[in-house]
Each structure stands twice: as C-alpha cells, then as structure tokens.
Design a binder for this molecule. Structure first.
Ligand code: SAJ
Length: 428
C-alpha cells in the first residue's frame, strides 16, 4: 500500500459524507470544488431525493451551487454500500441533547455502525459532529475494531470539529480546521486530507483534544453571554444602561470582547455544546461551575425578558392578560430563518401563557413555522399595545414599528444601533 499520508496529500482521493445537513452538504461541495469527487449519504430518503433534484435544504447552499456540484463530481445516495469505494469518509450527523440534557449519541452510534459495516482497509474516517471528549475513541474506533478494522493497520480515524456558522459569509474552505487523530499516523493522514480542502489545518495530538477544542470555543461564548446577561440584570436593578456600558468598555482596544444581552440563547450550538463538557465532567466527578451558572442565567433570560415586558405594560396601566402584543423576530438569531431552539419564541410563549394575545412578524420565518409556535403571523404593525424586538433582522422597518405602536421593548438595542431616534422604545 502506498504511504497513506502521501496518498491523501495527492489529488486522486474521493470522499463520502455521512449526513447532508448544514455541515455535511457544504463540506461535500467544498471537496468537489477542490477536485475530490464526493458521495453524499443520508438516511432521509426525502433529503436524498431533494438533493438529487438540486433542491437545497439549507440556506447556506443555493440550488444553483448544488446543481453545479452535481455536474462536477457530487452524487447523493441512500445506500451506504456506495461508501465502500471512497477513500475518506466524513461523518457529519446531528449530536443533540436527549432527556435531562444528556448527550444523545444515537446518531453518531448509528453512523459509526453503518460506516463500520461498509468500511475497508486504506480508508480515512473522520467524525465532525460536536461531542464529548473521548467519543471518537469510544464509539468510532470500537465500531471499526468490532469488524476487524484496526487503527493504522487498516484504517485511519480522526476527529475534526465543524465550524460552520449559519448565515455567516465565511465558507468552509476559509475557516481554519482543527484535526486530531486517534494515533499519530491517523493525525498525519487526516491533516493531509483536510489540507486539500482547507488550507489552514491545525493538527493536535489526539482526537479528544480536538473534541474538547470545539467545546471550549462554544463554552467560551455561552459563558460570556451568560456573564453579559447577568450584567444586564444587575444594570437594570441599579438603573444603568447596560448597552452604554458595553459600548464604553468596547473602546478598550485589547483584552475585551463585547458580548450583548438578549432574550436568551438559542440555536443548536451555544446552549447545547457546553452540556457535552458538563456531562463528561460529571463522569469524572468534576463540577463545571461556570458552564452550569451560565446555563442557569441564559435559560432564565426568556422569563426575565417576559417579566420586563410585563413591568413595562404595568407602568402604562395595562395587564399582560388580554393585551395584544407584536413579537418582532422569532428565529434564534438575526438574518437567518432558523427558529429551532429559539429563545425569542420562548419569550412570546411565556407572555402568551400569561394571557397576552401575541402575533409575530418575522420576514424570514415562513408563516407555517410561526404557527407551529402557536402564533399567527401579523398582517400589519397596527393595533398592538406594544411591540417586542426579539430578533433584529436587517431590512425590517423599525421606524414604522415604533410609529405604529405606543411602546416598543427592544431586547437587541436595535434602534440605537441603527441610529433610529424614537422616544417610545425601552431597552432590555
Ligand atoms: N447571543 C447573545 N449575545 C451575544 C451573542 C449571541 O445573546 O453576544 C445569542 C444569539 O442571539 C443566539 C445565541 O446566542 O440566540 C447563539 O448565537 P451565536 O452568535 O453564537 O450563533 P450560533 O448559535 O449560530 O453559533 C455559531 C457557532 N458556530 C459553530 O459552532 C461552528 C459559534 O461557534 C459561532 O461563533 C457563531 O455561530 C457565530 O459567531 O456566528
């Protein structure tokens, strides 16, 4: 067998992608763009059918980009046996939290079992799904050795965290890639392969270091968002404008990164990833106090925000019960349509539970998805006692909203950040 590092440094290898979502699909298109044919495998027949018809299921890949890739070396299949002949397999399946916020490893386990069944000597197999340190060794290596495929003798196994930021301009090939193999040779082989796709590859000594690096990245965000949310609550108690405080602190050219308070932390990365670390820590009888505290603060923000809205209405002699409210922005962050795990939605659910008559304006989230949260999409900005800015997408006429309602509760400092001067807006 030729030297595996040299082989993957070359331009002749092909790859298979397991899981064609917001991570796997861009990775497949990156491989094809770099001259490496890619076979995409997904367990969802509907997704395979849609992709085969050049209909992209994710915002960050257009139908045109997909159609072009299908003509230049990308193919999709629902048959895992198609992955036997490829040289590298990248596993990009979901890793959600299950009951009691425990890691749900079922997708990774299922993918590992599927790959082990079709894998062959000479292949590189790399896991990209966010997970606790030790997963690649515990699950992927075990599944492969159960079918007689040993690391380095037969296959090369690594972990390389995905760094896709939904809605961000940066494309997969431009984002530095951390890579850690379950052995020194696996690290070298995986780094060689990834360098063909992403120029900036940072190799670490083993898979669990790479697994933990990913969790540190997002735990850093969750803890700092938790800190600024707590600062926002404190500032409110002592009648200080937290947004002005952040703006002032951010003038420091070093040693400070601005994070901003909000109605809570949504999405499927920041609220979840730190819990993989907290869970693994508990296995080692270690308590991750910062992660746990940040989670408590962040998870408490939707209710705190709803309480602030109630106080604002109270000051105007209005009960929450029976009052018509307009929620502006129900996706989990600005300028994307993803409403999964949306804290903005949780604020509105809280207010509706208190009897408010809530409707939603969100130009990016389709009406049927708004209705799935239990709210009617709003037809206009008129007729509400208040509007609540929860996710501040670009392109919304915030002036018109402030003109149409008596008062706006702005959880994103959207008006001041846009220089819109109105006198009926309160900030978080
Ligand atoms: N949020 C705040 N205050 C902040 C920043 C975020 O309340 O200062 C809230 C957002 O409104 C949202 C949640 O936190 O509800 C998460 O926001 P995010 O900006 O972290 O966006 P995500 O969840 O899409 O995070 C992804 C992550 N990417 C990967 O895991 C590969 C994250 O590491 C990126 O830093 C982030 O995108 C990004 O910067 O866009």
């Amino acid at each position: 067998m030729t030297d595996p590092v040299e082989f993957f440094e070359g331009d002749s290898w092909t790859c298979g992608i397991v899981g064609l979502g917001y991570v796997g699909l861009p990775l497949a298109l990156t491989a094809v763009a770099k001259g490496h044919p890619a076979v995409g495998f997904d367990t969802s027949d509907d997704r395979v059918r849609r992709l085969g018809a050049a209909s992209s299921p994710i915002d960050d890949v257009t139908d045109a980009e997909l159609s072009s890739a299908l003509q230049r070396g990308f193919s999709v299949t629902d048959d895992p046996k198609s992955l036997t002949e490829v040289d590298a397999i990248f596993i990009c399946v979901p890793s959600p939290l299950g009951r009691n916020r425990q890691p749900d490893m079922s997708y990774i386990q299922s993918a590992a079992t599927t790959v082990a069944r079709i894998a062959r000597p000479g292949q590189l197999i790399s896991l990209e799904s966010t997970t606790y340190p030790g997963t690649t060794d515990d699950i992927l290596v075990t599944a492969l050795s159960d079918v007689g495929l040993e690391v380095d003798r037969d296959v090369f196994v690594a972990f390389s965290p995905e760094r896709v930021s939904p809605g961000d301009e940066l494309k997969t090939a431009e984002i530095p890639k951390v890579v850690g193999g379950v052995s020194a040779l696996s690290t070298a082989v995986a780094a060689a392969a990834y360098r063909r796709l992403v120029p900036n590859v940072h190799a670490v000594s083993d898979a669990k270091t790479a697994e933990m690096a990913k969790l540190l990245e997002n735990t850093y965000r969750a803890v700092n968002i938790g800190l600024i949310n707590e600062m926002a609550q404190l500032a409110h108690e002592i009648d200080i404008d937290i947004w002005e405080v952040i703006e002032a602190a951010a003038t420091k050219p070093f040693g400070f990164q601005a994070f901003f308070p909000g109605p809570g932390v949504g999405g499927h990365c920041i609220p979840l990833d730190p819990q993989f670390l907290a869970w693994r820590a508990k296995e080692a009888n270690f308590t991750t106090r910062f992660i746990d505290t940040a989670e408590q603060v962040n998870e408490g923000m939707p209710a705190w925000t709803a309480r602030r809205v109630g106080e604002m209405l109270n000051r105007r002699g209005l009960p929450v019960f029976g009052t018509r409210l307009l929620g502006v922005g129900i996706s989990y962050k600005a300028d994307i349509a993803d409403d999964r795990e949306s804290a903005s939605a949780r604020v509105l659910v809280e207010l509706a539970k208190q009897g408010a008559a809530v409707e939603v304006f969100d130009p990016l989230v389709p009406p049927d998805r708004i209705r799935r949260h239990g709210f009617e999409p709003s037809a206009s900005f008129e007729g509400y006692a208040a509007a609540i800015i929860l996710t501040d997408h670009a392109g919304v006429d915030y002036q018109a909203i402030a003109d149409a309602v008596p008062v706006v509760f702005d959880t994103r400092n959207a008006y001041r950040r846009r220089g819109i001067e109105v006198d009926n807006v309160e900030v978080l």
